[in-house]
Design a protein around this ligand. Structure first.
Ligand SMILES: [Fe+2]
Length: 226
């Protein structure tokens, strides 16, 4: 089972719905985008989504979901290890997010006349009981990040609705004064400014519900380049 290779035949593609949401993001610091991936690529991601053996169990209480396929800028890029070489669709998505073409699209989307680059990538899998306690990312305390740090959570597949792992944004740290609570977790994404003055999180996932997601972060180039 672990030696099976999941090939990829479809080009990764993000739709123009990204650009259609740029004005909302630039005004509010966040955007929820539906049909973010081409239908063909989304279908292939679902078909080839890694089984749970490829994910690591949670190692912190505040974020109780399984994660895998992690990479962060500056880490050795070991894309020829089993995890990527056996999951061609995941690798293709990762390569797409790290491509100069997509980084240019994100820079234009953010609209600050600055170059943004892909900083991290990870896939995760939630199950009943998983939760992310509402928080602001610690990057807000890093003065080097002041030119911008953006999170993109791609919801690949999930039951959706209330208590489904639908990462939400809220003005308060109890998810009561909500800015957005995504309902559709199939081929949608939530993009938000990690330095903005709001919280993100989700309450424990209900029985019978699940969510597959890919998280990525983009930072302004000067954060990583001297
Ligand atoms: Fe966070």
């Amino acid at each position: 089972m672990k030696n099976r290779i999941y090939p990829s035949s479809v080009n990764s593609a993000l739709t123009a719905n990204l650009e259609k949401s740029a004005a909302h993001f630039q005004k509010h610091g966040w955007a929820y985008v539906e049909n973010i991936l081409s239908e063909e690529f989304h279908q292939e991601l679902i078909k080839n989504w890694p089984s749970r053996v490829w994910f690591n169990p949670p190692n912190q209480l505040a974020k109780s979901y399984d994660s895998g396929f992690g990479w962060c800028y500056g880490s050795p890029l070991s894309l020829n290890t089993d995890v990527y070489s056996q999951h061609k669709t995941i690798k293709k998505f990762f390569d797409c997010l790290r491509s100069p073409e997509f980084e240019k699209r994100i820079s234009d989307f953010i609209g600050r006349d600055k170059d943004f680059i892909c900083y991290s990538f990870t896939a995760n899998h939630t199950y009943p009981g998983s939760e992310v306690m509402p928080h602001k990312d610690s990057i807000k305390d890093d003065s080097k990040a002041k030119n911008g740090f953006i999170n993109i959570v791609f919801f690949i597949n999930g039951t959706g609705g209330k208590n489904s792992g639908n990462l939400s944004l809220s003005k308060d740290n109890e998810l009561k004064d909500l800015l957005v609570e995504p309902q559709n977790l199939k081929n949608t994404c939530l993009i938000y400014d990690s330095l903005a003055d709001f919280y993100h999180g989700f309450s424990p996932v209900e029985r019978g519900k699940f969510r597959w997601a890919i998280n990525s972060q983009f930072c302004e180039r000067s954060y990583v380049e001297k």
